[in-house]
Design a protein around this ligand. Structure first.
Ligand code: ZN
Ligand code: ZN
Length: 160
């Protein structure tokens, strides 16, 4: 069940639940697309998160829970980094051969579930065919920036 909707933080007017069909943000190499993002909107059209904590909760969930499920290579070497297939140990190509999107269903308390799509360069193992990232840390580093831009694209007003 949904929590009661708070008054609009901008004008204190009554607000209703809405969802933003699609909004994307990018901080290379990562692109984040939000689908059916739950927000609240007042009669004057101010769009806000349904709670002040919402953006941080989404970020933490992505970084701590969801991204660790992504297939990632094993990094070897300190100066000359090499990446080995997580499945068969074969060395991976130095350049990604395409981008791939991974879909996460974000289920948080008090709001409708929505989809977060993470798109990033992937490397296909020549031996076993497994598609994977070089580095999970790299994706994690760019998650806050890409997510913030996606929220901005969704038209959500900032709150102090
Ligand atoms: Zn308002
Ligand atoms: Zn492999």
């Amino acid at each position: 069940m949904s929590a009661p909707i708070r008054p609009c933080p901008t004008c204190r007017g009554e607000a209703e639940l809405h969802s933003v069909a699609s909004a994307s943000g990018r901080e290379d190499p990562l692109a984040v697309t939000l689908r059916a993002l739950p927000v609240q909107q007042c009669r004057q059209g101010h769009v806000h998160f349904t709670s002040v904590d919402f953006p941080l909760t989404v970020l933490e969930h992505l970084v701590k829970e969801d991204e660790k499920q992504l297939p990632a290579a094993e990094k070897k070497g300190f100066i000359f980094k090499k990446f080995q297939c997580a499945q068969c140990d074969r060395e991976l190509l130095p350049e990604p051969d395409h981008r791939h999107s991974f879909e996460v269903e974000m289920t948080l308390p008090d709001v409708k579930a929505f989809i977060v799509e993470l798109s990033m360069p992937v490397y296909k193992c020549a031996q076993c065919g497994k598609e994977q990232l070089h580095s999970l840390d790299e994706i994690r580093d760019h998650t806050p920036g890409a997510l913030a831009r996606a929220f901005e694209a969704a038209g959500v007003a900032r709150e102090a």
